[in-house]
Design a binder for this molecule. Structure first.
Ligand code: SF4
Ligand code: FES
Length: 247
C-alpha cells in the first residue's frame, strides 16, 4: 500500500517543531507499524536526510518504550495493542496517517517522537518495590497462601508496561492509572503490606511533584491502555492513600 505520513519533527527540546509530510510506497499489510517507520527511515537515510527519532526496544509489547500518537490515539487504532504490535493491515491503501509524540508537561519532547518519561522511573523509585531479606533466611514465597482472586488482580495490575499512553490520552495528563497499577500490584499481596503506607504516600507525592494532573474519572486512560489496566486500580490507590493518611 502507498501512504502519506504526517509526522511531528522536532530537532531538540527547545525547537518549536512542526508536522512534515512524507510518502511511503509498497508497504506490506503484514508489516508492523514500526517496520513501516523503518522503511521510511531507510528512505530518509538514503537521501541524506535525518531519520525520524522514535523509541522502541522489545517490539513485542513488553517494554513500554514505543510511544506514538497515531491518528489522535495513543498506540493507534487497535484496542489493547502497543505501537510495535500494531500492523499495517489496520490501515488502507492511500491513507494519510498523523504521527505525533506522547504529549504531556511531565513528558517533554527530546527529539521528534521521543519523549522523556523518566518521571515514571522516579515514581517507581519512590516506592514501586518490596524490601526482602536475602541474607540466607529468605522465606519461600509459596508458603504464604494468597487467594486466587487476589493473585489474579495483582497480576492484572502488574501487566502495566509503563508506556505512558494513559498520561498522553488524559485531558489532565494524569498518571493515576499507571501509579494505581503499581500501587495495586503490591497492595493486593501480603508481601506488599509491610511498606504499604509509605509506598502509596511516597509514590503519590512523587507523581504530584512531577507535574502530572489529577484524575477526573473520564476513563480515556482505560480505553487507550494497551494492557487494558482497569480504572479499579485508581479507586484502590485512592483507598490505600486514604488509609495511609488517617493512620
Ligand atoms: S496503565 Fe496502561 S497506558 Fe498507563 S503506563 Fe501502564 S500500560 Fe501504559
Ligand atoms: S517496543 Fe517494547 S512495547 Fe513496543
Amino acid at each position: 500500500m502507498n501512504l502519506t505520513l504526517k509526522i511531528w519533527r522536532q530537532k531538540s527540546p527547545k525547537d518549536r517543531g512542526a508536522i512534515v509530510d512524507y510518502k511511503v510506497t509498497d508497504i506490506s499489510e503484514h508489516m508492523s507499524f514500526l517496520e513501516m517507520m523503518d522503511v521510511l527511515n531507510e528512505q530518509l537515510i538514503a537521501s541524506g536526510e535525518d531519520p525520524v527519532a522514535f523509541d522502541h526496544d522489545c517490539r513485542e509489547g513488553i517494554c513500554g518504550s514505543c510511544s506514538m500518537f497515531i491518528n489522535g490515539e495513543a498506540h493507534g487504532p487497535s484496542k489493547g495493542t502497543t505501537t510495535c504490535q500494531l500492523h499495517m493491515r489496520s490501515f488502507k491503501d492511500g491513507d494519510t496517517i498523523f504521527i505525533e509524540p506522547f504529549r504531556a508537561k511531565a513528558f517533554p519532547v527530546i527529539k521528534d517522537l521521543v519523549v522523556d518519561r523518566s518521571a515514571f522511573e522516579r515514581i517507581q523509585q519512590a516506592g514501586g518495590y518490596i524490601s526482602v531479606n536475602t541474607s540466607g533466611n529468605t522465606q519461600d514465597a509459596n508458603v504464604i497462601p494468597i487467594p486466587k482472586a487476589d493473585a489474579d488482580l495483582a497480576m492484572d495490575a502488574a501487566a502495566c508496561i509503563g508506556c505512558g499512553a494513559c498520561v498522553a490520552t488524559c485531558k489532565n495528563s494524569s498518571a493515576m492509572l499507571f501509579v494505581g497499577a503499581k500501587v495495586s500490584q503490591y497492595a493486593l499481596l501480603p508481601q506488599g503490606q509491610v511498606e504499604a503506607k509509605e509506598r502509596v504516600r511516597n509514590m503519590v507525592a512523587q507523581m504530584d511533584a512531577e507535574g502530572f494532573g489529577n484524575c477526573t474519572n473520564t476513563g480515556a486512560c482505560e480505553v487507550e491502555c494497551p494492557k487494558e489496566i482497569s480504572l479499579n486500580n485508581i479507586a484502590r490507590m485512592n483507598r490505600e492513600f486514604l488509609k495511609a493518611s488517617v493512620d
